[in-house]
Design a binder for this molecule. Structure first.
Ligand SMILES: [Zn+2]
Length: 110
């Protein structure tokens, strides 16, 4: 149970990359590692991995996989503003909390 400093990024979120080689690109979060504060973003930060022959695979080779990106380099994107959004919290009628875009009020939870 680590500290969750960045709980604002969740699976299926649309995020923009703020730093690094993928700066400015937008993708969908596939997986979040809250312990390490890292997220896998679809088709971003692709690295080549060598696979060993054996097992179910007949031969080894190179596969391209998404490498985790530190969440401090990611920011939620508002689908309405189509730009990085500061998220605020809103209490819904049923008492649950939702994240909303501070600018336009659009819900950021899918
Ligand atoms: Zn917005």
């Amino acid at each position: 149970m680590g500290k969750k400093k960045h709980p604002f990024i969740k699976k299926n979120d649309k995020v923009i990359v703020l730093n690094g080689k993928e700066k400015g690109k937008i993708g969908t979060v596939l997986k979040v590692n809250a312990e390490k504060d890292r997220a896998i973003v679809e088709k971003l930060n692709i690295v080549k991995r060598h696979t060993k022959p054996g097992g179910k695979r007949a031969q080894g080779g190179i596969v391209e996989v998404e490498a985790p990106i530190h969440v401090s380099n990611l920011m939620l994107v508002c689908s309405k503003c189509a730009e990085p959004a500061r998220s605020g919290k809103k209490i819904l009628e049923d008492g649950s909390k939702a994240r909303v875009c501070k600018k336009c009020g659009e819900m950021l939870d899918a």
